[in-house]
Structure formats: C-alpha cells, structure tokens
Design a protein around this ligand. Structure first.
Ligand code: AMP
Ligand code: MN
Ligand code: MN
Ligand code: MN
Length: 293
C-alpha cells in the first residue's frame, strides 16, 4: 500500500478529447508518465468515455491510474429559497476513483450531456446577433465527442477564424456571463452530482473553488452544503487557480475538514499553465485526497 505522502506527484484533474481536451487519452497518459507522475486521473467533463483507453495505456506504462469525471453543476439549485438572492453559478465537482459503468452515475451524466448540443445552438445564435455567423458548424467540427460540445470548442473556433489570438482571450471577451456568446444553462444539482459520485464508489472534490467569484460567506455556504451532501475534498493546488488561491483554499480545507486535492486541469499544449505532473506540491499541514484512493 502506497503511503499518502503530500509530496507525492499525484495529478488528479486532466482532460482529453473525450471532452474539451486536445490530447487522446493514451497521449495524455504517456505525457504524465514522461513527466514523472506517481498517479494520474482523467476527469473529462460529464463523460467517462476516455477512461478505458486511459486505463489501458496506464497499465502498459505501469503508471497508477485513477478513473475520474468532472460534473457540471448549477448552484444554488432552483429549490433553494433561502439562497434566492444569489445569482446561480456553474460549479464543477470532480469525482475520483469512480466506477464508470455505475448505472446511477452513467444516467446522471447522460442527462447532463443531453442539453449540450441545444445549448451550443443558442450560443451560436447569440454570436449571429453580433455578426459572427454559423460558429456552431466550426465548433461542432472541432468537437471529437459531439455530445460534449462546449464553450472551449467555440473558443477554439474563434481562434481558428482569427477573431481572437488565443482561447483565453475568447473567454475574456466572449462566452462568459454578461458577454456575447454566453447563454445561461442549468446543469445538475450539487447534491445529485455528489450522490452519483458516492454511489459509484468515488470521492467528490470541489474543483477550482477560486474560480467561482463567490463572496466569502457564499463560498462558505457552498462548502458547507457540499460537505453535508457527502463531498469530501477540495482542490487547493490546480492550474485553474492563481498562486494566492493555493494558500487561501488550504485554510478553507482545514476549516471545513476537507481533504486536499492537486490537479493541473490540463487541456492541452498551449492551453494550460501546467503540464501534467508539474504543479507545485500541496501546502504543508493538509491531508491529501489520495489518502482515500
Ligand atoms: P462548458 O462546460 O461548455 O461551459 O465549458 C467549460 C470549460 O470552458 C471549462 O472546463 C474550461 O475548459 C473552459 N473555460 C472556462 N472559462 C475559461 C477561461 N476563462 N479561460 C479558458 N478556458 C475557460
Ligand atoms: Mn474544460
Ligand atoms: Mn472545471
Ligand atoms: Mn477541468
């Protein structure tokens, strides 16, 4: 049994072409092995399609593999009257060590994917209004997994058309709340995402909390609800955080008794600040989520 040392090079958040990453699952795993990872998780958005190939490659390379997923959630849910003054935000919940064929999880993920193509049509219609025509077709062509069409594919389509110089700029100017190309969408509820992950034998992790732009008391409400629902960990060190978030969320992990996770949120070359396995280690004094894996 491996000791759960905080200094171990576990990278527990990565994407492949099964969702909005740029590498095939086998190439992602090979890269993680090259970079000296002790363990790697594939956590595609709302799908487990890449896990079989990733697991197979990891076995061939004798690299420890953690099957995962990243579930899209809208929080607060519609039924939460006490929070009705809070504008709903999209929150991502990573599931680690899941059984990808568990029926409850599989059905839940399928229900989320169902809305994606229709949402993409609405995004495209919003772009039409500002004179950027037929972006749906370009984004659709760029999505390897058509059921997983998302904003990243639109961002890449904009780069391809020369409308912006990189994906980050596409999100800065378009595709985010209040800007053209953004349409509100209702994903799953926090409690159900955590339930599906737990039912499938996994550990639920709040992904990149530093990205949600929540006031401090709203963040605490989110973490409390997540914990009540059965969530057990929080990402502290991730490529989707600024460095100052590492310390900030280390404090909240301790305050809420949550285990700490570390994951690059790698999407592909030139789209992510850290390649798999190259993040700083977890801050001292935290219990790594891999103590449970
Ligand atoms: P979707 O699930 O289709 O709404 O797409 C969400 C994905 O968009 C995230 O998982 C990121 O990969 C990407 N994304 C969101 N915000 C940004 C940003 N500011 N810069 C780069 N990528 C982003
Ligand atoms: Mn993504
Ligand atoms: Mn995410
Ligand atoms: Mn991610």
């Amino acid at each position: 049994m491996t000791q759960p040392l905080p200094s171990q090079n576990f990278d527990l958040h990565n994407h492949s072409i099964a969702s909005d990453g740029l590498l095939a699952p086998r190439d992602l795993i090979a890269l993680a092995a090259e970079n000296g990872c002790d363990a790697i998780a594939l956590t595609d958005h709302d799908t487990t399609d890449g896990l079989a190939e990733a697991g197979q490659t990891a076995r061939e390379l004798a690299l420890r593999f953690i099957p995962g997923v990243e579930i899209s959630v809208t929080w607060p849910g519609l039924e939460q009257d006490d929070l009705r003054d809070l504008k709903p935000v999209t929150v991502h919940i990573v599931g680690l060590g899941i059984d990808p064929v568990h029926p409850l999880l599989a059905a839940g993920l399928a229900s989320i994917r169902d809305g994606r193509v229709e949402r993409a049509r609405r995004i495209s219609a919003d772009f039409d209004r500002i004179g950027i025509q037929d972006l749906f077709d370009d984004a659709y062509a760029l999505a390897e997994n058509k059921t997983m069409l998302g904003r990243t594919h639109f961002a890449r389509a904009m780069v391809q058309r020369g409308l912006v110089t990189n994906v980050g700029k596409a999100f800065e100017r378009y595709l985010t709340a209040g800007r053209p190309g953004y349409v509100p969408h209702r994903w799953s509820r926090l409690e159900e995402a955590v339930l599906w992950i737990n039912a499938a034998g996994g550990v639920a992790v709040i992904a990149h909390p530093g990205r949600y732009r929540l006031q401090s008391d709203d963040m605490r409400t989110l973490l409390a609800q997540f914990k009540d629902a059965g969530g057990r960990a929080i990402e502290v060190v991730t490529g989707s955080h600024q460095t100052r978030h590492f310390r900030e969320y280390a404090v909240l992990a301790k305050e809420f008794g949550l285990l700490a996770s570390r994951g690059s949120d790698y999407h592909g070359p030139s789209e992510s600040p850290y390649r798999p396995g190259t993040l700083p280690p977890l801050p001292a004094g935290l219990t790594p989520v891999w103590s449970l894996l």
